[in-house]
Ligand binder design. Sequence first.
Ligand SMILES: Nc1ncnc2c1ncn2[C@@H]1O[C@H](COP(=O)(O)OP(=O)(O)O)[C@@H](O)[C@H]1O
Ligand SMILES: NC(=O)OP(=O)(O)O
Length: 315
Amino acid sequence: MSTEKIVVALGGNALQSGNGPATAQSQLEVVRKTCEHIAAISAMGYEIAVVHGNGPQVGRIVMASEAADQVTPAMPFDVCGAMSQGYIGYHIQQCLKYALNKSNRNIPVVTVATQMIVDAKDPAFSNPTKPIGPFYTQEEAKVLEQERGYIMKEDSGRGYRRVVASPLPQRIVEIEAVKQLWDHSIVITCGGGGIPVIENPDGTLEGVAAVIDKDFAAELLAEKVDADILMILTEVEKVSINFKKPNQQDLSRMTLAEAARYVQEGQFPAGSMLPKVEAAMKFVRTYPNKRAIITSLDKAVEALDGKTGTSITFN
Ligand SMILES: Nc1ncnc2c1ncn2[C@@H]1O[C@H](COP(=O)(O)OP(=O)(O)O)[C@@H](O)[C@H]1O
Ligand SMILES: NC(=O)OP(=O)(O)O
């Protein structure tokens, strides 16, 4: 039995990866399967916190809100982020509790609506990189750029998506509550990277239009709770070099130096694999004796046992 602490980050796209359209029901099915794996990790003795992405989900909430503007005023971006935390957290709470109960593990599961302080002067505000919402063809993307003023970018060979600013997470506002809950429950926190807020000179917080990368948020959380492992779960089992090329090579492990070299070579696109690798690198740079793992939702247990996934270590 392990007694280690682990921060598990679930990819927003990965949570929408079921067959058919991205509905609440299709997400619930993926969450249900994923929570079986998280419950298995809990049964191995690990103490867990869950962070989730929200790119596809917050994008759709924003679209729905804009489309309904004739009926009721559109919600600001930060409120859409809070909504995404609420419904994804609700799905995880429901499914994880069920999966834990099945193995007689009576552990409370709770979602904390989490605000994340960002720097108003973060250069990310003038260089949008975070893909949100659905995927479009190049032609559809051009129309959206012209008609709605969206900025559209190609996303890892999967199509075009709207991109928005993604400032770096600086401080988790609710961290003390998360620490207090940690000992008695599985906490779902920093969803969608946290609701981005800036701190005004008078100490008030103010939501801003952005989507924080949940991989960086999960890394910050892992530092703050002194986690032993940062595990980032997405759609692919392993990180690759030469991704989607004939000479693609899937990596079982990367040292910090190797990862830095691959980043330099441009092996990982911004907004998808790059933040995962950078978050993993930051974690092992800060804690040279700890490890980060990147793998798929369904391989989490095997990856923890070192049987698959990409393990990132200091050396
Ligand atoms: N070098 C790479 N190795 C593995 N996957 C990559 C690589 N480059 C891009 N990708 C893509 O990045 C995706 C993960 O990013 P993304 O879908 O944004 O993550 P999330 O599941 O967190 O939403 C993978 O599923 C894969 O399609
Ligand atoms: N907020 C965030 O990082 O979402 P994704 O996991 O969907 O990219």
